[in-house]
Design a protein around this ligand. Structure first.
Ligand code: MRU
Length: 351
């Protein structure tokens, strides 16, 4: 199921807050509504919010093209800032906005209509690129798994979090196609239950064997020898290889190390942020208390209790077995090897 598509000047977003009970696409024509949809997690997952923002800039440019030339650029900049700030942790959001603003600048002399057209072309290219990227990640990752693998994953790093196929779930999809998956254990992923609601839904649709567990079951399953590998996605990878991902990822990495289970991170290179030196410097989103005190809109904690709701945590590089990217598998020392991969990419692009 596609999390988003573009049709006749409008962005359609699958409202993930309603899944798995209802499949409903929001039709958005105002970039401000895309900002709101990103904030309330109607669209979520690092690559998907990046591409949603890329299309939102097309909406912003369409609207701004109705104003004078000077106002056009002011409005576009304003939209870019609002989109980049919609969620702080996933670097793909800022990466996509920066990439679109470079495209806009390149077409400046040709006028607003040409800028709108160029932004739309680029957003489509990013959407298509993302699926290709995920398939490459899937192929590299599947090769790392043993036959009859029992794999644990956290949150949702699947089709719904990307433009199709998925990163961590892309590895699982490719391994399943190769007959390697015995079972996927999906953490429910409190508080917003992306694992229980989205990962299980995606895998069931594809006939990939999946079992839902509470987050606190993971350690016991590992102790029983029932997990062969952990695979998660990433929202931002710092230059030294520290990884920000959905809250609870760090706990899994510590457990995996204790039980000598490989811990893999699957992510596109656009998630690597070489300007952020280490995990401590990654901005971690804190969300409203009501997501913890309530479940499915129903209060489960007493009135007046305080709650903390970090959306992400940081897993130190030393706990990560490897990072699976579309350019290959990055092994420790992660910081050094990420730099080499990035340098190689720059050389290939002729920068
Ligand atoms: C391919 S998606 C990678 C990450 O974005 C994913 O693991 C995750 O943490 C998503 O968090 P969310 O808060 O649902 O956007």
């Amino acid at each position: 199921m596609k999390p988003l598509y573009w049709k006749e000047g409008a962005l359609y977003l699958l409202d993930q807050t309603l899944l798995p009970h209802k499949v409903h696409y929001l039709r958005l024509t105002d970039y401000r509504d895309v900002v709101a949809a990103i904030k309330r997690l109607s669209v979520r997952g690092a690559p998907a919010i990046g591409v949603a923002a890329a299309y939102a800039l097309v909406l912003a440019a369409q609207e701004a093209a109705k104003s004078s030339l000077q106002i056009f650029w002011e409005k576009l900049e304003e939209a870019a800032s609002a989109l980049a700030a919609a969620r702080p942790t996933a670097v793909n959001l800022q990466w996509a906005v920066r990439r679109q603003m470079k495209v806009a600048a390149r077409h400046r002399e040709e006028g607003p209509e040409a800028v709108v057209a160029a932004l739309e072309r680029e957003a489509r290219a990013m959407q298509e690129e993302d699926v290709r990227t995920n398939r490459a990640i899937g192929a590299y990752g599947a090769a790392l798994l043993p036959f009859r693998a029992r794999v644990l994953t956290h949150c949702n790093a699947g089709s719904l979090a990307t433009c199709g196929y998925g990163t961590a779930l892309g590895v699982i999809r490719a391994a399943h196609a190769a007959g390697k998956i015995a079972m996927v254990y999906a953490d429910e992923t409190r508080p917003l239950l992306q694992g229980a609601r989205l990962t299980t839904w995606e895998l069931l649709q594809e006939g990939i064997p999946v079992t839902l567990i509470t987050d606190s079951t993971a350690g016991y399953l590992m102790a029983r020898g029932e997990i062969d590998a952990v695979i998660v996605g990433a929202d931002r990878i710092a230059a030294n290889g520290d990884v920000a991902n959905k809250i609870g990822t760090y706990t899994l990495a510590v457990l995996a190390r204790h039980h000598k289970i490989p811990f893999y991170v699957a992510a596109p290179f656009s998630t690597v942020d070489l300007e952020t030196p280490k995990g401590e410097a990654i901005p971690i989103e804190e969300r409203g208390e009501e997501e913890v005190t309530h479940c499915g809109g129903v209060r489960i904690a007493p009135e007046g209790v305080k709650a903390r709701n970090f959306a992400f945590d940081v897993t130190p590089a030393e706990l990560i077995t490897a990072i699976i990217t579309e350019r290959g598998v990055v092994y420790p020392p992660l910081g050094e090897n990420l730099r080499l991969f990035a340098q190689h990419q720059r050389e290939e692009e002729g920068d």
